[in-house]
Ligand binder design. Sequence first.
Ligand code: 6R9
Length: 659
Amino acid sequence: MTESDSSPALENLLNETRTFPPSPDFAAGAVAGADTYERAAADRLGFWADQARELEWSTPFTTVLDDSAAPRYGWFTDGRLNAAHNAVDRHVAAGHGDRVAILWEGEDGESRRITYAELADDVARAANALTALGVATGDRVAIYLPMVPEAVVAMLACARIGAPHSVVFGGFSAEALHSRILDAEARLVITADGGYRRGAASPLKPAVDEALAKGGTAVEHVLVVRRTGGEVTWTEDRDVWWHDVVPQASAEHEAVAVDAEHPLFILYTSGTTGKPKGIFHTTGGYLTQVAFTHRAVFDLHPETDVYWCTADIGWVTGHSYVVYGPLLNGATQVIYEGTPDTPHKGRWWEIVAKYGVTILYTAPTAIRTCMKWGSDIPAGFDLSSLRVLGSVGEPINPEAWMWYRRVIGGDRTPIVDTWWQTETGAIMISPLPGVTAAKPGSAQVPLPGIVAEVLDDAGRAVGNGQGGYLAITEPWPAMLRGIWGDEQRFADTYWSRFPGIYFAGDGAKKDGDGDIWLLGRVDDVMNVSGHRLSTTEIESALVSHPWVAEAAVVGASDETTGQAVVAFVILRGGEEITDRPDDDAEVVAALRAHVGQVIGPIAKPRSILVVAELPKTRSGKIMRRLLRDVAEKRDVGDVTTLADSGVMGLIQQGMAKPT
Ligand code: 6R9
């Protein structure tokens, strides 16, 4: 397959004019229609109350929104419910106990199918086991697990007894785990001996041992899942095997009904300072918006769809769109333990074909990685079951969007580019697949019931064709309720830039139709000779060149221009590229000229470095801060949150080379 339809001018973010309306067939069977927007616009709170009533409440609510303590808003405040009951037991009671909830695929080829009835038993047993280990309603539980079914069971067991969980991504260090356990004052840690990644067993328990050895924690027990069978060090009286207490526990368990505003979980995310923020979410509003968005945005038909979100449960996407959203909606979903290139680069596509996945939700970085590996790899698998594709985590450049649609979606599937954050809890801005004529690269419109604006420096809404800061101007059900233990930081970070309005920290612009284009974090906006340039815009221009698989752009300080554009590019592999010179200097010259042509001479990078890898966090976000340090020739300092800390050395060596 050739890439000849990607004309550079058309690929540019700002000149992107292609639209992809839903097919009449798709629109006719879609969950959400144009009337969904109308209904929400006519009565926003009534709309959310209706969505909330899709859940089962042990005490129905009468209040929808309580704004008396804003910005600490409350939703459905006088209602009571249980998250695990809604995610699992409710479907069994409705006669769907035999429906498969989880199609689990281990990296090593092991697989498990778990029905809703089986999941209900597992969760009830685990809830009884947690109670027996002394965990009470309101206590915090840290979860440090690989992508195994027990991770889902553990989260739901916590929810069932009203113990907020704090999931820590399995790739984080003992030190990061320790600070999160301390901050949340967790009473119990649930972990595993290890998990499989990149073809090998990778241990987890040693990090827990090391974290707890640092002291100061309130942890009484460590519950350990056996996954790899690897050696573990055991602390008597503290450590307990999952298989010794969970299967033996009773499957009879009364779910604890909690207030709608009872904390469901804490999830740590990095802020602009070194100390991670413990974003906490509560129960009723979070579940309401997560369930609605999962249904409407992915057009979920639970009887027939096979859904797969590739995110790890350690990220908010895993919380909302692996655990709570799909299960609340009674979906059948794939959960995969490992990496996309193990044992071969077609593993994801093999899984899509094996299970007949119909809805796939992943991140632009993964899409670009697959582009880099070449279209011939997915072409070797039957992907015809796919009918909706989703993207999340960063702006998706039009070139990657087109590749996703054409190569993975067979030129047939709608793509939903979903903007949201750990803080928003659920999707906020996204096309609806049966309604919106999609534009490659734009998240487009706030969902029904969500009110978002692009504001200028003075907090005024900008007109079409103008840019500014993304803000959410009305409270929404799944909004964060705070930063755990730090009310002041909550107020300062989100509610002070524009008093009383939620400041998302993302730059955005509205196009001529009023559709929203996300331009990256505002700290990524560059100012070159007084021109405001977005890193995303230039990255998009670079990736629109057929030789480029991935690009990261940073603004490095420059004596004359204030900031200068410095780009790092990964070149594309595969058979499709035949005309690329071997000499990097020629490649660089061609790419600079290309950016000049696509955006304008002002945007031409001062330097472009061809690299083999880019530094990324474990959730796949490019760490531009590190690249800026390299570009400004500073010591890169602490790189422990990098997925692969070796890449920085390689990049710095490259930078030292004269270009
Ligand atoms: C869900 C998630 C949030 C930040 C957010 C923004 C970026 C996420 C995006 C997107 C453009 C999208 N982001 N989705 N930017 N288009 N569709 O990723 O949460 O890890 O908290 O990150 O990610 O910059 O502010 P989180």
